[in-house]
Unconditional design. Structure first.
Length: 501
């Protein structure tokens, strides 16, 4: 029997009324298992109204102690139910259970950061900047804020947003991906169980209609987004034009530079792990290895040997190391880059487009593909494929490799593999990317540092979570105070510019 996923508004499940529904499939079987309500603009408005009412009812002025008490209880509930959350992710996204558990764990890092929000929201005070004049700086919440999140991390990316937002005193409307919506509802239900007041966290499902309604709504003060670059650009442009604060994280083409002195076995292990983990459906996946020519043949062979051994199967099977892609259409799009690679000059070392899993022939399966000698003007290199396709490019020198990487319009993450500390230091200063790994293939920062890229991988001034996240969800206010001594005479009228001395 097909399950139905409805909205979560004002602390309760609210049935969809638009009459529009979206299908949710089990990627391992291709079967439609769920239908999800697709909200109208009016339904989005109801969620925003609930958030606005909760903010006005006192969440925005609630004590830090009250907020953190809820978050500590929430963290405990998430920890206790992490297997259940991971199972929902596997059922609708397809990633293997261990990977789904890892996603929940990384989301929990931000909940833990939010639990310590008291130190993050401390203001500053300067006394006696002039005679009996003090100046203080404080940070206050924005009001109603929204998050629009992608299918590849249906639990982690929402948790990158709403825990910090509500810890800072805001109320939140989440629009998760309609491709795997169930995890978001469970996150909201657990927040209510932890004692979060009705309306502080709302979940409204939908497609472009819902997104555009959030971008236009006058009561939404800020929008957070993670997804592809074209949509990130649209969201930044549209929301900014409507007077909203925006952080919009876009796509990526993450490069891994391998120098001749690197441990090639470690580099090959890292390349396979980072390129093919979660079936390549990660914005921090390594999708392009740049190898110096002197070691390129050996490195490609080591990658091929490892890639051929990866076990592909249903995410529910403990033996599986990689699951299917999210939809049939996405699977076909990813395959098209491999089938067209040879005509654009690449050497197809591994072609995974014909892969199937016995007993699950209708699943969205694709094997691991490895393309060598890829040119920078080929489709496989220029586009964000978002699947298990690894491109290898070759360079004669460090300077040539660096120029290649920096010429990319994307600047999300990058990595270098080397034993040379001087080369690594130079790379981390010279490369044009927001996150850099040194012998670390997926340099996703821990929760108390911020996540974000450069160039076409980020639109807006703030990265997500960490200190940037706190600053994004608050605004600064400076208060200048003078309390004259009762014995002082009145200073009288002075039309001159105020002096601080």
């Amino acid at each position: 029997m097909t399950k139905t996923v409805n909205h979560w508004i004002a602390g309760r499940t609210v049935e969809g009324t638009s009459g529009n529904w979206g299908p949710v499939t089990d990627p391992a079987t291709g079967a439609v298992t769920t239908r999800v309500a697709l909200a109208s603009a009016e339904e989005v408005g109801a969620a925003v109204a609930a958030a606005k009412e909760a903010y006005a009812a006192g969440w925005g002025t609630s004590s830090l102690a009250r907020r953190t008490a809820v978050l500590f209880r929430y963290r405990a509930l998430l920890d206790a139910r992490r297997d259940e959350i991971a199972a929902l992710i596997t059922a609708e996204h397809g990633k293997v259970h261990s990977d789904a558990l890892g996603e929940v764990a990384r989301g929990l890092e931000i909940v833990e950061l939010a639990c310590g929000i008291t130190t993050q929201l401390k203001g500053e005070l300067s006394t006696e900047v002039a005679g009996r004049v003090d100046v203080s700086s404080i940070r206050q919440p924005l009001g109603v804020v929204a998050g629009i999140t992608p299918f590849n991390f249906p639990a982690m990316v929402p948790m990158w947003m709403f825990p910090l937002a509500i810890a800072c005193g805001n109320t939140f409307v989440l629009k998760p991906s309609e491709k795997d919506p169930s995890a978001a509802n469970l996150l909201a239900e657990l927040a209510a169980e932890a004692g979060l007041p009705d309306g502080v966290l709302n979940v409204v499902h939908g497609d472009k209609v819902a997104v555009d309604a959030l971008l236009a709504h006058p009561d939404v003060a800020a929008v957070s987004f993670v997804g592809s670059t074209p949509i990130a650009r649209h969201i930044h442009t549209t929301a900014s034009a409507n007077g909203k604060r925006v952080q919009a994280l876009g796509g990526a083409k993450n490069h891994m530079l391998v120098l001749p002195d690197a441990d090639l076995d470690a580099a090959a292990d890292a390349a396979v792990s980072a390129a093919y983990g979660s079936a390549g459906e990660r914005c921090m996946a390594i999708s392009a290895v740049v190898a110096l020519e002197s070691i390129a043949d050996e490195l490609v062979e080591k990658i091929r040997e490892r890639a051929e051994k990866i076990v592909i199967g249903p995410g529910t099977d403990p033996a599986s190391e990689m699951g299917p892609l999210i939809t049939r259409a996405h699977r076909d799009r990813v395959a098209s880059y491999v089938t067209g690679a040879a005509a654009q000059g690449a050497e197809v070392v591994l072609d995974g487009t014909g892969h199937t899993v016995p007993g699950h022939e209708d699943g969205h399966w694709i094997g691991l593909s490895l393309l060598d000698r890829v040119s920078t003007d080929s489709d496989a290199y220029r586009d964000e494929i978002f699947g298990p396709v690894l491109c290898v490019l070759r360079a004669e020198s460090y300077d040539e490799a660096l120029a290649l990487i920096n010429a990319s319009p994307y600047g999300n993450g990058t990595a270098i593999f080397t034993r040379d500390g001087g080369a690594a230091r130079r790379f981390q200063l010279e490369v044009q990317a927001g996150m850099v790994g040194v012998n670390v293939p997926i340099p996703v920062p821990v929760g108390y540092h911020s996540f974000g890229g450069w160039k076409d991988s980020l639109f807006g001034d703030h990265h997500i979570y960490g200190n940037d996240g706190v600053h994004f969800y608050t605004r600064g206010k400076v208060v200048t105070t003078r309390w004259p001594d009762p014995s002082e005479p009145h200073a009288g009228v002075d039309l001159g510019f105020p002096r601080n001395h």
